[in-house]
Design a protein around this ligand. Structure first.
Ligand code: AMP
Ligand code: TRP
Length: 338
């Protein structure tokens, strides 16, 4: 088999993150780190979903800056911009076009059930815009445009993925095979990293309290300080259970970095006080992020290289997306371009 046909045979992976804040250790362990493990085995597209970010009011200059930083963090974390298609969603207009069409195949009732919509409309009660409501349809378009087989995401996205599958099946049933129906791909450990300040809430880049999360670009001393301050409990013993959510979260962080089992980690550290255990966690986090941060600083200096990646990958993505979009337009009865 030639390399090209092998490449064609590889399954397709699509995932994305919003450039809506500094990405956190939660994004890294729940998503980015897992992506890097898949990057050679599959045909991968990793998107910066900037159109999704507009569902919440953004400062324009900040948004542009963060989008570029996120792209560089993808690469710094180990994704390969030559082999993987790393690009901005807004550079490929097919996303917005397919989203419109799929809007007409998605029911209000389905969107009403989305927990992310409910949460976000509570948090941004002054700006419950239509985009926030149809957010999952744009996400479905992202995924379906590339005939995606697998979508690696954290557990919080499983409902959106189910909706994507429903919409794909509905369309296929109406018009014949058009979209690959994607599967979710969820990490076992690290799927849900919790806030360091309120360990029953997920760690989020939009948390108002920066002590609640570790940003990927936090310097080592900041990482140590935040972990030292992490909220624990008064049990005083290292154990993995829901009554000790703070400690459980720290164990999860430790294990998803070291890939050591939870049992052996608990056993090894069982004699330690919380302060010492926190330092052990801080050590592995700092060491895990060090090379990423160094690579990021190098990339930051190479404007031309990053620009060329942005341009080339947008072209590659547009080419693939256009094929699916043409097929969809034909099926629903839109006129051919002349
Ligand atoms: P978002 O920050 O919502 O754009 O999410 C980007 C990716 O990171 C998605 O795949 C999420 O499932 C994942 N993710 C976000 N927060 C966490 C978290 N606290 N723990 C694990 N994964 C997360
Ligand atoms: N909704 C996802 C999140 O908040 C981001 C996202 C948008 C995405 N489009 C996607 C993830 C397509 C995977 C595939 O995390």
């Amino acid at each position: 088999m030639t390399t090209e046909t092998q490449a064609e045979k590889k399954k397709v992976i699509f995932s994305g993150m919003q450039p809506s804040g500094n990405i956190t250790l939660g994004n890294y362990l729940g998503a980015l780190k897992n992506w890097t493990k898949l990057k050679d085995e599959y045909n991968c597209l990793f998107c910066i979903v900037d159109l999704h970010a507009l569902t919440v009011r953004q400062d324009p200059t900040e948004l542009r800056k963060r989008s570029r930083q996120l792209l560089m963090q993808y690469i710094a974390a180990g994704l390969d911009p030559e082999k993987n298609i790393i690009y901005y969603q807004s550079h490929v207009s097919a996303h917005a076009e397919l989203a419109w069409i799929l809007n007409c195949y998605t029911y209000m009732g389905e969107l009403n059930r989305m927990t992310q919509f409910k949460e976000k409309s509570q948090r941004h009660s002054e700006n419950i815009n239509a985009g926030l409501f149809t957010y999952p349809v744009l996400m479905a378009a992202d995924i379906l445009l590339y005939q995606t087989d697998l979508v690696p995401v954290g557990n919080d996205q499983s409902q959106h993925l189910e909706l994507t599958r429903d919409v794909a099946n509905r369309f296929n049933n109406l018009y014949g095979q058009t979209f690959t129906v994607p599967e979710g791909y969820f990490p076992k450990v690290g799927a849900r990293i919790m806030s360091l300040q309120e360990p029953t809430k997920k760690m989020s880049k939009s948390d108002e309290n920066p002590n609640a999360y570790i940003a990927l670009l936090d310097p080592p001393d900041v990482i140590v300080r935040k972990l030292k301050r992490a909220v624990t409990d008064s049990e005083g013993k290292i154990a993995y259970n829901d009554n000790q959510p703070g400690i459980k979260n720290l164990i999860n962080i430790y294990c998803s970095i070291t890939e050591e089992s939870i049992e052996s980690t608990v056993e090894r550290f069982s004699g330690l006080g919380y302060g010492d255990f926190k330092m052990k966690v801080a050590e592995v986090v700092v060491e895990e992020l060090r090379p990423l941060q160094e690579k990021f600083r190098e990339l930051e200096k190479d404007k031309k290289y990053i620009d060329s990646i942005i341009k080339n990958n947008a072209e590659k993505a547009s080419y693939i997306a256009a094929k699916t979009l043409r097929k969809v337009k034909r099926k629903v009865g839109l006129p051919n371009t002349i």
